[in-house]
Design a protein around this ligand. Structure first.
Ligand code: NDP
Ligand code: MG
Length: 388
């Protein structure tokens, strides 16, 4: 029986994780849940899973959850600090990092610091704080299991060759597949007219709003290149990206002997999450089974980085090193939110991200406090730039 802390329990990753846990009451117990604003869903989940602790980071929602759970034994904690506290609890075996954005950074580092098993969906934390998280994982021997479907696919292909933050000698290079999002065939000239509703309507995956927009700009693939760079300790040039519109092959590893191993499946996050929760053992879930005859054809196309500048910006950030990925990531969180609120156009996401990456002075990554401060600075500067 594993005791699991589910951070971001009210989101899309939270839904998929809890669906698997619900199916296997003999294998998993929810130790804790975290949520930000969705009080109603948090209350329902707390009543269903009866965790020891619930953390609510938004103050108003905390008050609502606290009073609704008054008569049950679940402890209700408030604020972002609660997250770093609950992941380090002795009773926790594994932590599902399903918070969106940099808000998940401190709890990811705290999980690794506490030597717990980290099931990582929150890619932004590894993008911004990869240097700190990987160094800490080496110290504490914490295992990091990627849930992001591409990295989970590579993790599955590597099997026993996977060691956190180490490049296996057997690997020549890796290929991350990308669905291409809703606009890979759209003319660049039409990018200015794309609406938030069109951008969040992903053709293959059902996800939260932020990552859906990231998929539409290919920033998601850029963030994933940076994520792979840290998790598998590989340089830019050994991380290929291919558009594969069917989203059936979730990524592949090219080995030194010429063999290529790929992981296939329906585009459903329950597949990678169940492999993570099972710690490499296969457990059942509610995802549909893949029928390759029904799919028929698998296509592969080179991504156009002139059209999708965000992918190139992410590669530039790796080359720049230090705080560059953190800068790009923070700027992107602001530009995506501004696009969703119809303050900027779709094509301006890449343009503002580019400006911010090139305007900020890049430093070495030294501490979480430095990254938190940098995050605030980039956020306010990006917001200023948008206002202008
Ligand atoms: P959602 O928007 O669906 O969910 C986000 C979760 O984070 C919610 O529980 C939300 O709480 C919580 N949250 C939001 N803001 C804050 C904050 N400031 N502090 C603390 N918690 C907060 O996102 P997804 O589930 O789609 O994505 C989560 C992460 O997983 C992202 O990093 C994404 O890139 C990654 N990922 C997601 C995939 C997917 O299929 N969805 C696939 C691969 C990676 P509330 O709703 O209560 O406000
Ligand atoms: Mg992914």
């Amino acid at each position: 029986m594993k005791s699991v802390s589910v951070l971001g329990a009210t989101g899309s990753i939270g839904d998929s994780t809890l669906a698997i846990i619900r199916k296997h009451p003999d294998k998993f117990k929810v130790h804790s849940l975290s949520a930000h604003k969705n009080a109603e869903k948090t209350i329902a989940l707390a009543k269903e899973f009866q965790p020891a602790v619930v953390a609510v980071t938004d103050q108003d929602s905390y008050q609502q959850v606290k009073s609704a759970l008054n008569s049950v034994p679940t402890e209700v904690l408030a604020g972002a600090e609660a997250l770093t506290h609950i992941v380090a609890e002795p009773a926790v075996d594994m932590v599902v990092a399903g918070i969106v954005g940099n808000a998940g950074m401190a709890s990811v580092l705290a999980t690794v610091k506490a030597g717990k098993t980290l099931l990582l969906a929150n890619k932004e934390s590894i993008v911004a704080a990869g240097a700190l998280v990987m160094a800490e994982a080496q110290k504490t021997n914490a295992s990091i299991i990627p849930l992001d479907s591409e990295h989970n696919a590579i993790y599955q292909c590597l099997d026993n060759d996977y060691v956190v933050g180490k490049r296996p000698a057997s690997v020549k290079n890796i290929t991350l597949t990308a669905s291409g999002g809703p606009f890979w065939q759209t003319e660049q000239a039409d990018f200015a007219h794309i609406t938030p509703a069109q951008a969040v309507a992903h053709p293959k995956w059902d996800m939260g709003a932020k990552i859906s927009v990231d998929s539409a700009t290919l920033m998601n693939k850029g963030l994933e290149v940076i994520e792979a760079h840290w998790l598998f300790n590989m340089p830019n040039e050994d991380i290929n990206v291919m558009v594969h519109p069917q989203s059936i092959i979730h990524s592949m590893v090219h080995f030194v002997d010429g063999s290529v191993l790929a992981q296939l499946g329906m585009p459903d996050m329950q597949v990678p999450i169940s492999y993570g929760l099972g710690l490499g053992n296969r457990i059942s879930n509610d995802a549909d089974f893949l029928d390759l005859l029904a799919v028929g054809t698998l296509n592969f196309v080179q991504p156009d980085t002139n059209k999708f500048k965000c992918l190139q910006l992410a590669r530039d950030a790796i080359t720049l090193g230090g705080t560059a990925p953190a800068v790009l990531n923070a700027a992107n969180e602001v530009t995506v939110a501004a696009f969703l609120q119809q303050q900027i156009r779709f094509d301006q996401i890449a343009a503002f991200n580019d400006k911010m990456l090139n305007q900020m002075t890049i430093q070495n990554v030294e501490s979480m406090a430095q990254l938190v401060q940098l995050d605030e600075e980039v956020r306010s500067k990006t917001a200023e730039l948008i206002k202008k």
